[in-house]
Design a protein around this ligand. Structure first.
Ligand code: FAD
Length: 393
C-alpha cells in the first residue's frame, strides 16, 4: 500500500519462534516495505491480474516461496503477516502458491514434483487450487465434477467456481469425483496444466478488493493418470490435509492486515486534534485501541501456536488451526472496522490503507472454510474427545 510496512514485531510470539524466524521476520518486513508497499492498488481486474503475476515473479526471485516447500509454517505465517500488511494482493499471491502446490509436494510423483515445484518456488509458474463448485462450497463432498478413467487417462467434466488465480494460473490442483457413489471417499486429486485441451477459463469474478478470481470448466479434458496426486479416492483426504496445514497462515494474513490497521489508527489518533486535543487523549478512543491490541495479540498467539505444533511434527493440527483461523479473521474484521472509525472520514476514502484493508479482510472469514465451519470443526473435536473420555457413543 502507499506507505512502507513497519517491522514485524515478534516480541509477543517470541516463545513460538526459532532464531532463524527472527531474521526472516526482519527480512520479509524490509522486502515488503521496499518492493510491495509502494505498488499502487490496481484500478481494475485486468490490472490486478497483471500485478499479481509481477508480484509472483518478484517474490519467487527473492526466494520467499521456499518455506512453502520446506513446510516451515511459522516462516509462512511471518511472510503472510508482512505481505498482508503491505498489500493484500501480494498475500493472496503467496497464499495460492502454497495452496496450489502443497498437494503436489505431499502426494505428487517425482516427475510431477520436478515439473511444477521448482517453477512455482522461483516465481515462474503460478498455482491454483480448484475445489469449490457452484453447488459445493462448504459441503465439498457434494462436488459433481467427474474424472472418469479411460485407459491411461482420466476425462474430466464439470465447473469450478470462486477459484483464485483462475485465468492466470499455469497449473491447477483439481478435485474431482472418480466414484460419485462413494461421496468424499470417491474424490481424487489431479494436477492439470492450464493449457491442457478441454480446460477453459469461463469468466473472471470481480471482488471489491483486488484479487484474481474466476470460474473454470472442464469439457472432456483428458488428463494422464500420471497426473493424479496420491491414490484414487484419496483426494478429499489430501485436500483436507492441505487446508489443515495452511489454515493458520490465513489467520496470519488476518493479523498482518489488523496490525497495519492498528498502526494506522494509533498514528492518526496521536496526530489528529479535535476539541483542542489529540484523539488519543479521549478515553473512548483509548478503549478502542486497547481492545484492538488485545484482540490482535490473542490472535497472533493462536496463529503461532498452531504453526509451531505443525512444525514440530504434529500430523494434524485441526483444532489449533481452526481456532486460529476463526478467531484471527473475526478479530481482524473488528480491528479494521474500529480503525476505520478512528480515522473518521479519511478511513472510508478508497485510496486510504484502512479502506483497502476493510475491503480485503472480509473474504478471509469465508475462504478456506468459513467461520461457521471452523466452529463446527472445533465443536466436533471437543465432542469426540469427550465421548472417548466418557465412553458414551
Ligand atoms: C476471495 C475468495 C477466494 C476463494 N478462492 C478459492 C480457491 O482458490 N479455490 C477454491 O476451491 N475455493 C475458493 N473459494 C471458495 C470458498 O472456499 C468458498 O466460498 C467457501 O468454502 C464457502 O462456500 P460458499 O461460498 O459456497 O458458501 P456456502 O457453503 O453456501 O455457505 C454460505 C453460508 O452458510 C454457512 N454454512 C454452510 N454450511 C453450514 C453448516 N453446516 N452449518 C452452519 N452454517 C453453514 C456458511 O458458513 C456461510 O456463512 C474462494 C472464496 C472467496 C470468497
Amino acid at each position: 500500500m502507499s506507505e512502507p510496512a513497519a517491522a514485524l514485531d515478534t516480541s509477543s510470539v517470541r516463545a513460538f519462534l526459532d532464531e532463524r524466524h527472527l531474521d526472516q521476520a526482519q527480512q520479509i518486513a524490509e522486502f515488503a516495505g521496499r518492493s510491495i508497499a509502494p505498488l499502487p492498488e490496481p484500478p481494475d481486474d485486468a490490472a490486478c491480474r497483471i500485478q499479481a503475476r509481477q508480484i509472483m515473479a518478484g517474490l519467487g526471485a527473492a526466494g520467499w516461496f521456499d518455506p512453502i516447500i520446506a513446510q516451515d509454517f511459522r516462516a509462512c505465517c511471518l511472510i503472510r503477516e508482512a505481505l498482508a500488511a503491505a498489500s493484500p494482493l501480494a498475500d493472496a499471491v503467496f497464499a495460492l502458491q502454497a495452496l496450489g502446490s502443497t498437494p503436489v509436494a505431499l502426494a505428487g510423483s517425482r516427475e510431477l514434483r520436478e515439473r511444477w515445484l521448482p517453477a512455482m518456488t522461483s516465481g515462474q509458474a503460478m498455482a491454483a487450487f480448484a475445489m469449490s463448485e457452484p453447488e459445493a462450497g462448504s459441503d465439498v463432498a457434494a462436488m459433481t465434477t467427474t474424472a472418469r478413467r479411460h485407459g491411461d487417462d482420466y476425462v474430466l467434466n464439470g465447473t469450478k467456481t470462486l477459484i483464485s488465480n483462475a485465468g492466470i494460473a499455469d497449473f491447477y490442483t483439481v478435485f474431482a469425483s472418480t466414484d460419485p457413489s462413494k461421496g468424499s471417499r470417491g474424490i481424487s486429486c489431479f494436477v492439470v496444466a492450464a493449457d491442457q485441451p478441454g480446460l477453459r477459463f469461463v469468466r473472471p469474478l470481480v471482488l471489491s478488493a483486488p484479487h484474481p478470481l474466476g470460474e473454470i470448466a472442464f469439457e472432456d479434458c483428458r488428463v494422464p493418470a500420471s497426473c493424479r496426486l496420491g491414490q484414487d479416492g484419496e483426494g478429499f483426504k489430501l485436500g483436507m490435509a492441505t487446508l489443515d496445514r495452511l489454515r493458520a497462515t490465513v489467520a496470519a494474513a488476518a493479523c498482518g492486515m489488523a496490525g497495519r490497521a492498528l498502526r494506522e489508527a494509533t498514528g492518526h489518533a496521536i496526530a489528529r486534534k479535535q476539541f483542542g486535543k489529540p484523539l488519543a487523549d479521549f478515553q473512548l478512543i483509548q478503549e478502542k485501541l486497547a481492545r484492538m491490541a488485545i484482540d490482535l495479540t490473542a490472535a497472533r498467539l493462536l496463529v503461532y501456536r498452531a504453526a509451531m505444533e505443525r512444525d514440530r511434527g504434529a500430523e494434524r493440527v485441526t483444532m489449533e488451526a481452526a481456532m486460529a483461523k476463526a478467531f484471527a479473521t473475526e478479530a481482524a474484521q473488528r480491528i479494521i472496522d474500529d480503525a476505520v472509525q478512528i480515522l473518521g472520514g479519511q478511513g472510508v476514502l478508497a485510496e486510504h490503507p484502512v479502506d483497502r484493508l476493510y475491503r480485503a479482510v472480509r473474504a478471509l472469514r469465508i475462504y478456506e472454510g468459513t467461520t461457521e465451519i471452523q466452529h463446527l470443526i472445533i465443536a466436533g473435536q471437543l465432542i469426540k474427545r469427550a465421548k472417548e473420555e466418557s465412553g458414551h457413543d
